[in-house]
Design a protein around this ligand. Structure first.
Ligand SMILES: *Cc1c(COP(=O)(O)O)cnc(C)c1O
Length: 385
C-alpha cells in the first residue's frame, strides 16, 4: 500500500467492542495472564506492552504510521520535538565526540548544542546552510553526526539532502535530519541517505495547534538504541497526544497539499510587491535553491518568508496591522500565522548573530493556513499597505 493509505489504515487491533476508530488507551501499565507471559514480555520475547513509558497502543499506532510515511524501519515517539532532538543526541554521542550542525537550526536545538552537550564533553561546530561546499572541510576525526534541517528556519534555505547524505556516508557519520518544516508527505530524507529523521509533531503533523509531540524514525538497530535510552529516561509521548496525532496523520497529505497550494499562490502574488525587497518560497523559480527544492520536495511546503524594505519598524508595523493572521509562537496550523523573528524569537541574539543565520531586521515568516487563500492574501496585502 502507498504510505498515504498506510497513514489512514494502520490501526491498533480492535477491542471486543469492534470500534471503527481507535480508542484511547489511558493506562500506565499492562496485564498478563500468568507468570510465563509476564516473563516473556520482560525478556523482550514478545512485543506485548509492559508500561506506557516504554510503549502504548496509541503511541505505537502513531509511530507505525510515521515509519510508513518516512520509509523507515522503526521509530519512537516523544513528548515534544525537543525531546526527540535531545534523545537523538544523547543516544548516539558520547564524551569526546563532535557534531557538525547547520547554523540555521531550531532555536532550542542551538541551546542544547551550545549549552548542554558541552557539559558531557560533546563538541559542536556549525556550517552555513547556503554553503554546503564548505561542509566536508569542517569534518573532524572525532565527528560522529551531521545534523540539519531543510527548509531552514526562518530563512527557508534549501539544503541538498542527496549531497549531504553522500558526504555522511563517505565519512561514516550518522546523518540526522529534522524534517519538521517539509513533513513526510513532501520530503523523505531517508531516501537521500539520512539515518535518523526527527519531527516536532507539534507543528504540521498535528496541524491544528492542539498538542505537543515528537518522533524519531530510522533503521531498526539505531532506533532500538534510542528506545533503550528513552525507556529509561522517560520522554515518552502521552497516549492522549498520540491518539490525537495518529488521527491527524490520516489527513496530513490532503492538508499539506492545500497548505502548499495556498502558499504558492500567495508567494506568487507577493513577488515584486513594492514594500518587499525579496520573497522566498522553495517552489518559486526565483528561490536560490529552486532546483534542489524541485528534486527533493513534492511541493514547496506551507511556509513563506519575505523581507520588508522598512526593516525592524516595518516588521512591527506589519504585525500590528494584520487583522486575521495570528501572532503566535507556532507554525503548521489550519490558521495562518505571522512572525517577525528579529523582534521576537531571535530578539535576544546580537545583530551579528542574526546576520549569521540570515535573519534580516525586516524578515517576516508566514505559516500559511487552510483559510480561503483570498482571505489570507487580502489580510497580508492590507497590512503591507
Ligand atoms: C518546533 C520545532 C522543534 C521543537 O519541537 P517542540 O515540539 O516545540 O519541542 C524542533 N525543530 C523544529 C524545526 C521546530 O520547528
Amino acid at each position: 500500500m502507498n504510505p498515504i493509505t498506510k497513514a489512514i489504515r494502520i490501526q491498533t487491533e480492535r477491542t471486543s467492542e469492534m470500534e471503527h476508530s481507535t480508542p484511547l488507551f489511558l493506562t500506565s501499565s499492562f496485564c498478563y495472564n500468568d507468570a510465563e507471559e509476564m516473563r516473556a514480555a520482560f525478556a523482550d520475547e514478545t512485543d506485548a506492552n509492559i508500561y506506557s513509558r516504554f510503549s502504548n497502543p496509541n503511541s505505537t499506532e502513531f509511530i507505525d504510521k510515521m515509519v510508513a510515511l518516512e520509509g523507515a524501519e522503526a521509530g519512537f515517539a516523544t513528548a515534544s520535538g525537543m525531546a526527540a532532538v535531545f534523545a537523538s543526541f544523547m543516544t548516539f554521542l558520547k564524551s569526546g565526540d563532535h557534531i557538525l550542525a547547520c547554523s540555521s537550526v531550531f532555536g532550542s536545538t542551538i541551546t542544547v548544542l551550545n549549552k548542554y552537550l558541552p557539559k558531557f564533553g560533546i563538541e559542536v561546530s556549525y556550517v552555513a546552510a547556503n554553503d554546503t561546499a564548505s561542509w566536508e572541510a569542517a569534518i573532524r576525526p572525532n565527528t560522529k553526526m551531521i545534523y540539519m534541517e531543510t527548509p531552514t528556519n526562518p530563512g527557508l534555505d534549501i539544503i541538498d539532502l542527496e549531497l549531504v547524505g553522500k558526504l555522511a556516508k563517505k565519512h561514516n557519520l550518522l546523518f540526522n535530519v529534522d524534517n519538521c518544516f517539509a513533513t513526510s508527505v513532501c520530503q523523505t530524507p531517508i531516501a537521500f541517505g539520512a539515518d535518523l529523521v526527527i519531527h516536532s509533531a507539534t507543528k504540521w503533523l498535528d496541524g491544528q495547534g492542539r498538542v505537543l509531540g515528537g518522533v524519531v524514525v530510522g533503521k531498526k538497530e539505531l532506533i532500538h538504541e534510542l528506545y533503550l535510552f528513552c525507556r529509561s529516561t522517560g520522554p515518552a509521548l502521552s497516549p492522549f497526544n498520540a491518539w490525537i496525532l495518529s488521527k491527524s496523520l490520516e489527513t496530513l497529505d490532503v492538508r499539506m497539499e492545500r497548505h502548499a497550494g495556498n502558499a504558492l499562490k500567495i508567494a506568487q502574488a507577493l513577488e515584486g510587491h513594492e514594500k518587499i525587497s525579496w520573497i522566498k518560497y522553495p517552489y518559486l523559480a526565483s528561490h536560490p535553491q529552486h532546483a534542489i527544492a524541485i528534486k527533493q520536495m513534492k511541493n514547496g511546503g506551507g511556509l513563506i518568508s519575505f523581507n520588508l524594505k522598512g526593516g525592524l519598524e516595518s516588521g512591527r508595523n506589519f504585525l500590528n496591522n494584520l487583522k486575521m493572521l495570528s501572532l503566535t509562537a507556532n507554525l503548521g496550523d489550519t490558521r495562518s500565522i505571522a512572525s517577525h523573528p528579529a523582534s521576537t524569537t531571535h530578539a535576544k541574539l546580537s545583530e551579528a548573530e542574526r546576520q549569521a543565520v540570515n535573519i534580516t531586521p525586516g524578515l517576516i515568516r508566514i505559516s500559511v493556513g487552510l483559510e480561503h487563500v483570498d482571505d489570507i492574501l487580502a489580510d497580508i496585502l492590507q497590512a503591507l499597505s
